[in-house]
Design a protein around this ligand. Structure first.
Ligand SMILES: Cc1cc2nc3c(=O)[nH]c(=O)nc-3n(C[C@H](O)[C@H](O)[C@H](O)COP(=O)(O)O)c2cc1C
Length: 178
């Protein structure tokens, strides 16, 4: 994926349609990745995004401790890896290795970009007031990278119980998520 810098004013359009994302977290020593579909745009610019990260996830502690993450937007080509990252915990597993996801350093935050994703948004936590009540972190996108050569990225849209809509079509994968 030949990602290039992308204007922050256009970032909302990448997320408004609600693609399943791969959220990377970490402190520079160790990184983790989880699948996440419960997110929402809150503001155009700077782009603000609300992400629900359950406190049962290993990623929760990493996100809380560092206050940084990268929202990576995958396409259907890596659908199985996306679901795999949502079906196991990074507490004992290096999911990047397990699912063959290569990474590269971000510019503004410690967690890495996932190379196979067509877009990666570097973000910082700016509001934790609803973490206790809803596990909801508000993050601000600092830097956005997009491979604009993909005209119609075939993103995944979670429809529940392992079913995904792919740019208009639905696929079935062995997901544990209801
Ligand atoms: C399609 C899909 C969507 C998911 N969406 C979310 C979500 O929005 N929030 C969440 O906390 N967990 C979500 N999960 C579950 C986590 O990805 C899962 O608990 C994962 O094992 C957490 O990884 P970790 O323990 O390494 O952080 C989703 C899983 C799948 C398969």
């Amino acid at each position: 994926m030949a990602k290039r810098a992308y204007p922050l004013s256009k970032v909302y359009g990448l997320l408004e349609t609600g693609p399943v994302i791969l959220l990377t977290t970490g402190d520079g020593q160790r990184a983790n990745v989880m699948t996440l579909s419960w997110h929402s745009m809150l503001e155009f610019e700077p782009p603000l995004v609300a992400c629900v990260v359950s406190d049962r996830c290993h990623s929760f502690g990493l996100l809380q401790a560092s206050g940084e993450c990268v929202i990576n937007i995958p396409t259907v080509e890596i659908a199985k890896q996306v679901v795999g990252c949502g079906n196991c915990s990074g507490a004992k597993t290096d999911k990047f290795k397990k699912f063959g996801l290569s990474t590269k350093p971000a510019r503004t935050v410690a967690p890495p970009l996932i190379e196979a994703c067509y877009a990666s948004l570097e973000a910082r936590v700016i509001d934790t007031r609803m973490v206790e009540s809803y596990a909801l972190f508000v993050v601000e996108v600092q830097k956005a990278w997009v491979d604009s050569s993909l005209k119609d990225p075939r993103t995944l849209h979670h429809r529940g119980y392992g079913r995904f809509m792919v740019a208009g079509e639905t696929i079935k994968l062995p997901s544990k998520m209801r």
